[in-house]
Design a protein around this ligand. Structure first.
Ligand code: GUN
Length: 297
């Protein structure tokens, strides 16, 4: 039976470490501040955003949500981002995705000042991360997965990591982080057009699945002793739950955990780590801004 990689517990340890970093910034008069922009009222997005700002407040940071109507125009949204870009009390800006279809999400993400782009989705940060520059904001989910792997003592050097999915938010930055000097993994990226997916996943020493499809990975698709990181967040109807649904990942947890050495659960695996890394990026933004102000004097 696989060991469970407990993202909630790793997050608890990391947030205690980060509380000290926040205290050090408070001591020099800086309160790290995150502003989250939420367009419309998608219930899943509302829940994510509420947990992001709540997590800020529990660390002594400032967390603010700006709720804009579903039919907000691009110019109105840009004006809000302009205001946040200029506000010295705001260190991190996050526009919650997905956006309504009438808003050009790439242009919106590029409108956020790269120094405040704690999601790491601006092309400037994507480029800095790709070349391994420490000033980059690394997107929260890949950063959280790297922390989990490191803190669990899972060796990546020379290991074959197979990633299922090719998203800009998770898989592409993750591939670049894992193949870099230090982690030193051999990385294979697969996606919906990869023929015979199982022939790749069976080769994985570490299998990372970020697609959004329940039961995509079953026990016959993995080798014994694999480490599995399940990034999937799928809502499935469940009348026995008070909310009427429950969350499952992309991996058949019951079957695969019989063969795996270690596995992340859903919920309680990658999800809490993503929010923890958002807090870490906001602290990094506040520190970098504070240091650059000091350097200007
Ligand atoms: N929606 C789901 N996950 C994320 C995330 O990490 N960042 C943003 N901006 N939106 C999301």
């Amino acid at each position: 039976m696989a060991r469970i990689i407990d993202g909630t517990e790793i997050s608890r340890v990391m947030r205690a470490e980060m509380a000290q970093q926040v205290a050090a910034l408070l001591a020099v008069g800086v309160t790290p501040g995150l502003s989250v922009v939420l367009v419309g009222n998608n219930p899943a997005s509302q829940a994510y955003v509420a947990s992001k700002t709540r997590a800020c407040e529990t660390l002594g940071m400032r967390g603010q949500t700006l709720n804009l109507p579903e039919d907000v125009s691009k110019d109105e949204l840009f004006a809000v981002i302009d205001r946040l870009n200029a506000d010295p009390a705001v260190h991190g800006i996050l526009v919650q995705l997905p956006l309504p279809a009438h808003l050009p999400y790439k242009a919106v993400l590029e409108h956020i000042h790269p120094d405040k782009d704690v999601d790491g989705f601006h092309p400037q940060n994507a480029g800095l991360a790709f070349v391994g520059d420490p000033r980059a904001f690394v997107p929260c989910t890949p950063a959280g997965i790297m922390e989990m792997i490191r803190r669990e003592g899972i060796s990546t050097r020379g290991k074959h990591v197979v990633i299922v999915g090719r998203s800009l938010i998770v898989s592409k930055p993750l591939a670049s982080l894992l193949m870099a000097p230090g982690p030193d993994a051999t990385v294979t990226l697969t996606h919906r057009h990869t023929p015979d997916l199982a022939s790749f996943t069976r080769q994985a020493d570490i299998l990372i699945v970020a697609v959004g499809k329940q039961n995509l990975i079953t026990a016959d698709m993995v080798k014994p002793g694999v480490v599995v990181i399940d990034v999937g967040q799928n809502r499935i109807p469940d009348e026995s739950s008070p909310r009427g649904y429950r969350m499952v990942g992309d991996v058949d947890f019951t079957g695969v955990s019989e063969k795996a050495e270690a596995i992340t659960p859903v919920p309680g695996g990658v999800g809490p780590m993503t929010i923890t890394m958002l807090l870490a990026n906001t602290i990094q933004a506040a520190r970098q801004l504070h240091e650059s102000r000091g350097a200007q004097r």
